[in-house]
Design a protein around this ligand. Sequence first.
Ligand code: GLU
Length: 286
Amino acid sequence: MTFRTRFAPSPTGPLHLGHAYSAMLAHDMARAKGGEFLLRIEDIDQSRARPEWEALIKEDLAWLGLAWDGPVMRQSDRMAAYDAALDTLWAHGLLYPCTCSRRDIAQAMSAPQEGAAPALGPDGPVYPGTCRNLRPAPGSPRPKDQHLRLDMKAALAALSGTIIFEETGPSHLGRHAPDAGQFLTRIGDVVLARRDFSTSYHLSVVIDDAAQGITHVLRGEDLFEATPIHVLLQALLGLPTPVYHHHRLIRDDAGKRLAKRDDARAIRSYRAAGLSAEDIRALVDL
Ligand code: GLU
């Protein structure tokens, strides 16, 4: 199988050193293996995505000497595919609408309850389940104007095998088999379709990695905790599971991970200051 990886930026700000590191690592690995390096623009949040940022991302990548293979995939063109996957999950009774605001969730969690305090999952506090038992009758049409959450317990019951993925990144090297306890207590009923844009990062990334035939997902370590959600969705939707490689994060001098608003470390600022692509590689120890 040809090695195929991707760089999947969101066009919501300029690329910074951390993005450049991720893109260069993926590109170099693809080239070293005689494989392919694809580009995907993750612009499902149309309230934050801007064509100017997408144009700058492409310009920065070209300046870094990173040529991508094949056509660029843009997630805003892919809504029909996300819709179809939501239809499948809905038809199997694995989704339910949720009308809770962040405040409702915080309140439900601060109410006195038995047992340990709810954990913090990849998307924030693990959902306390308020709307889980209020779902419409089986066979009802899928609501399009509300959050849709995955019923994690039902999802785990619908699976035939175990969830397994292989990680080649240094911090979590090896095979991982998250168990039901981890899914229920540390992840919970995640949102798969948001009220405002009818999909979610988790759903779109899984469908598009499969559609682009990605064999190796390279991305920052901050997304490692979300990977079990992705592997679970692949199992539910009958999609292949790629190998995962989560790389170290590039941090600023104070040890904080870089943010889009940190313009001093934006690639365009280094370009304007007269640095070269080689200088950028040296800055991130590549
Ligand atoms: N769009 C995500 C980001 O910019 C990357 C997601 C991924 O690589 O899975 O952080």
